[in-house]
Design a protein around this ligand. Sequence first.
Ligand code: B3K
Ligand code: ZN
Length: 884
Amino acid sequence: MDIATTPTTPEGNPELADAARTPVDPPVIRREDYKPFPWLVPGIDLHFDLGLDKTRIVSTLSVERNPDAEPTGELRLDGDGLTPAGVKVDGEPVNDWAMDGSDLVLALSGDSHRVEIATEIDPSANTQLMGLYASNGMLCTQCEAEGFRRITFFPDRPDVLSIYRVRMEGPKEQFPILLCNGNKAAEGEGDNGMHWAEWHDPWPKPSYLFALVAGDLVANSAPFTTMSGRTVECNIWVRKEDLARTDHALESLHRSMKWDEETFGREYDLDLYNIVAVSDFNMGAMENKGLNVFNTKYVLADPDTATDADFDAVEGVIAHEYFHNWSGNRITCRDWFQLSLKEGFTVLRDQLFSQDMRGEAVKRIEDVRILRAAQFPEDAGPLAHPIRPDSYREISNFYTATVYNKGAEVIRMMRSMAGAERFREGTDLYFNRHDGEAATCEDFITAIEDGAGLDLSQFRLWYRQAGTPVVTASVLHSAETTLLTLSQKVPPTPGQPDKQPMPIPLRVAMFDRETGEHSGEQLVMLDAAQKGVNFKGFAKPPILSINRGFTAPVIIDRAVNSEDLVFLASHDDDPFARYEALQELAVRHLVAAASGEDAGDGEAAIVSAFRAILTDDALDDAMRGELMVLPSETYLFEAMATGERKADPGAIHAQREALKAALGRDLASEFHALYDRCEKVGFDDPAGRGARKVKTQVLAYAAASDPAKAAELAAHQFDRADNMTDRQGALMVLCGLDTPERDRTLDAFYDRYAGNALVIDKWFTLQALSLHPDVIAQVEALAGHPDFTIRNPNRVRSLYMAFAGNPQGFHDPDGKGYRMIADLILALDPINPQTAARFVSPLGRWRRIEPGRAALMKAELERIAGADKLSRDTYEQVSRSLEG
Ligand code: B3K
Ligand code: ZN
């Protein structure tokens, strides 16, 4: 049955839901089983007759035997929910084809053939948003990883590279703009109000990079001149009403293009670069060759509707997708196990770009915070996997923080070991050696070894072993020398009980207690289970500053007292190390307090370090704002759940709020002086961003210590805000308070932005994330709000992903939060399995949580597992979460 031509909801068509979802164990795909495809497909011609409810596709493949593969008499093409409406070989209709499951298999005896296949699909019934689908009256595609097979039969795997020629035809009034990859070769008018366009992409590409868009769109356009003097037409395509919010995206694209030329020597390779914003999208954006498709969230921004963080996210995602043109498109992945080859490397490239645009220290802290909030828990839980996984059932489940963010950290370590210049020689070699290929992580490592002159033999373990290493550091001082002893342990993870020691590069400095200075930092390679490093010249035991700049994605366990951490938090010249010292003070105190242990002088030490930060005139406010953020509750759970001890979300939350209250109370005058100063900084002032960040932080501390005062200040900030950052910051604080100002400002916000989907998403998120004691009831009510729909991924995430990230609500001791998320997964799975499966991991952390809540979480996972039919996506995540 053609699932794309009939409604895909179980209510609409129960039989269909059965066909599309899996009752049995879906097969496991293994990295070691890789075999090249028996046929090359050097060219594909696609004809699209476009319609929202019915699109007809005729695909003509030129196929040749692959001399590097085992010979075969058949051609097996992937399909998903498709039935061929006609098959021709070398121009003649044939009948000797068969369906094997969802694959189309046809007999082919010669060495080269032309295979023509017709299919028909219903884009408006495609609720999965994979393949060709309708969004807001337009048609668009998402093919990575395996969406192309929902459009036509094809070897839908990244190592089959083809030149695409596409003709698309549709009603001109409905789809005035017709876009595809590459360059437009021709266009014209047809009969009955139809028009057509032909596109040609000269660069061979895998099917996952195919894209097509048809709709009523307008563009913000500006040319870019490349380093060799070519002109590239850059367009940001949106609906007419959104055009005014596209300048930032266009400028970000130009900045990215320039930066990649300067930093990695990479020039763009087509005359056209199109970006299209769509409002129904499963993730952030997609790097299709010459035609990026973006979630509107990462395109549209102006000060009235987007926060400073939103502006940064737009810039970062535009850059990420642009950088894929080389790290992903020109050199793609041999198979999906190599995903980190393009994703880890491209995340590193976008991080380095943003560091250059916005300042290294703050960006580094933001990136580490994301790593710790998303990747560390993944690495410590049932879904842990190496950055190059060994097996999967559904590849969509492996677009993870591990593959992306830890993948970036692993390549960043190579860069730290080589130095930026030699690393560049390595990447130049990689780009030159593998241009036009579908490569492996091994190819990348070898190119960096050869180009940068590194020996990465042992380092390859980072690609194979999952789990966050724990590095223990201790300092032993005698009259003559100081001995730093480092040891490492990589914890067991599912399927990997025993681990080998990995090479861990750590930037280290020793502060002299007498001068308060260090005499230079060095890069220490911890490449064995244990290692000692000697330092000389200290009369007294020096203070250790380690993993400066977060050179390695590890957990440091160091024997250091609070006083020394206060010293580092106040004086370390490495901004990351300064942040880290403060975080460590807070983690120690909060974990001890939540575990019912004597927290000693922890709180006083934190107050003292905070005072230094609030009053340090040498700090800029952007950095101060980062330093003021306490460790997240998720990170604290990880820190508490060590050995036999489990995390107690209730106790962590209570202690973290108590610490915020103590800081707010003890440092009230410092906080208010800071607020008063920052309030005077205008929106366009270069210091404005930092000032806005600090103001909202101050409000959050005030809310914990003096809610009445906080309500007054926040309402005032909300009412006089001339930008979204101040408005959202104030509303975030008000949402957590029991004050009449809460409802007034929420209503005012809603009324002001009614109809603006991205801002209404914020309105849902602010309430779902709030510290309000009634948050569960509030989220339940919001699910019934007329603006809520389960069919739009942004809206679903705005309410439920926010709620799943709200520890107080999600970890409700009676299990109401867990039940709500499990109910959502069950309701969403038949509609959009990819998005549904993303909600499993919060429940999957049950093993590290105290027994009462753990039992409730596990019961919800079992309830999901017991459902009649589950998608492959959700099945895999739930079963791993119960097994692992
Ligand atoms: N490559 C895409 C992600 C595709 C996800 C498919 N489930 C966006 C990115 O990482 O740039
Ligand atoms: Zn990417």
